[in-house]
Design a protein around this ligand. Structure first.
Ligand code: NAP
Length: 252
């Protein structure tokens, strides 16, 4: 899959799946904006991309802040003249029983995981609409609801991920006339720092593995391969879809 001459923004790209998506898109030829709330580790991602022979810059952006999102889009255009691909990936997952969940914790999760996707999608889509072409990939989760599987201690996270799926469908309709495709990816358990609390609890880990027919958690690269396909012209007739990648969890 060839992304030569394409420009991609990946949010939350200093580590975990975001880093993997950035490296993968760059390997396919895209110029990549490695964006994260913290610049820590971004330089390392940039260095790795350059070592692969790719081109990348780091831009600090808290996706829940409109001004920072607009600044990220402006700097991207200043550096690369256009934006072809947005990977809305930045997210947080705090495990907390519902009856103890505070309003602040609810707001923080929804502000980053859902409002952040809206702010980035809108700001980038304004540029893509001028170009009459673009692709947005929203990272949701199998914790998105309506799939017959519920999750404990994640009410706020599930609400945000379900919101992303609804937003993806609605955006696909509104942005199709501008040549912009919008899809979501719904991963199961993937081996990133986000699931460290789960990995450090052998009982929970064992319970999770019994739910996964492939009997293992996924690797970030396995998700990046799907993200690359959806970001490329090879998926030119796919829009408004949510693609599950979970080792069979939801089929179980
Ligand atoms: P991760 O390793 O925790 O990476 C998430 C990145 O997002 C971190 O670098 C984090 O920075 C950054 N971030 C947090 N708040 C931000 C903000 N306000 N603005 C910009 N960046 C921010 O997690 P991951 O597993 O790679 O997750 C990537 C995406 O996949 C998330 O949307 C997550 O919900 C989704 N997902 C993950 C799994 C899984 O099993 N890992 C499963 C399904 C879906 P800090 O480290 O500084 O907070």
């Amino acid at each position: 899959m060839d992304l030569k001459n394409k420009v991609a923004i990946v949010t939350g790209a200093r580590r975990g799946m975001g880093k993997s998506h950035a490296l993968t898109l760059a390997k396919a030829g895209a110029k990549v904006v490695v964006s994260d709330i913290s610049q820590e580790d971004c330089k390392q991602v940039i260095d790795e991309i350059k070592k692969q022979g790719g081109k990348a810059i780091a831009i600090k952006c808290d996706v829940s802040k409109k001004q920072e999102v607009e600044e990220m889009v402006k700097k991207t255009i200043e550096n690369f003249s256009k934006i072809d691909i947005l990977i809305n990936n930045a997210g947080i997952c705090q495990f907390k029983p519902f009856l103890e969940l505070t309003e602040q914790e609810w707001d923080k999760t929804l502000n980053i995981n859902l409002k952040g996707y809206f702010l980035c999608a809108q700001s980038v889509a304004k540029q893509m609409a001028k170009q009459k072409k673009g692709v947005i990939v929203n990272i949701a989760s199998i914790a998105m609801g309506q799939v017959g599987v519920g999750f404990f201690n994640m009410v706020h996270y599930c609400a945000s991920k379900g919101g992303i799926v609804g937003m993806t469908e609605a955006l696909a309709l509104e942005l199709a006339p501008f040549g912009i495709r919008v899809n979501a990816v719904a991963p199961g358990a993937i081996d990133t720092p986000m699931i460290d609390p789960v990995k450090s609890d052998p009982k929970t880990m064992e319970a999770i593995l019994t739910k996964i027919p492939l009997s293992r958690v996924g690797k970030p690269q396995e998700v990046s391969n799907l993200v690359l396909f959806l970001a490329s012209d090879e998926s030119s007739y796919i829009t408004g879809s949510t693609v599950v990648i979970d080792g069979g969890w939801l089929a179980g």
